[in-house]
Ligand binder design. Structure first.
Ligand code: 4NP
Length: 144
């Protein structure tokens, strides 16, 4: 299975989501491919935000080698599931959808809740990690 995690900048939340889903899927013995992308282009080519790298590191997950990239239409062809962090990501990704099949691939990671943007608040990184981890565990339970 191929899963794409999407947020706005692809430096805070979706890199965490990529690292956490890869880590948990591996623990479960699942051969899943996980990637991440952003809908905004400010940080393309950069590594993840240091606060996300540190938070993941505290939980034994290394995300330092990830590189920020933009979401692209062909991601609908590559991935089985596109999991977004909040409602503006949802709207932005759905603008690229070409048909119902594309639309059906896109869901909020947390189902009916959002993962808040921690970019302007250092204190949000740990709770954001925990929310994303819960979402990934639930997704694995339902899709493994
Ligand atoms: P992310 O957080 O969407 O979780 O990666 C953000 C990172 C950067 C910006 C906004 C949100 N920015 O405006 O540069």
């Amino acid at each position: 299975m191929k899963i794409l995690m999407v947020c706005l900048g692809n430096i805070c939340r979706s890199p965490l989501a990529e690292g956490i889903m890869q880590h948990l899927a591996k623990q479960e013995g699942l051969d899943w491919e996980v990637d991440s992308a952003g809908t905004g282009n400010w940080h393309v080519g950069q590594g993840p935000d240091k606060r996300s790298v540190r938070t993941a590191g505290r939980h034994g997950i290394d995300i330092s080698n990830q590189v920020c990239r933009l979401f692209r239409t062909s991601d609908f062809d590559t991935f089985d599931h596109i999991l977004v962090m909040d409602n503006s990501n949802l709207v932005d990704v759905l603008l690229f959808a070409r048909n119902d099949g594309d639309v059906k691939k896109v869901k909020l990671l947390l189902g009916d809740k959002i993962v808040p943007d921690p970019y302007h608040d250092d204190a949000l990184f740990e709770p954001v990690f925990e929310l994303i981890e819960q979402g990934c565990r639930e997704f694995i339970k339902q899709n493994k």
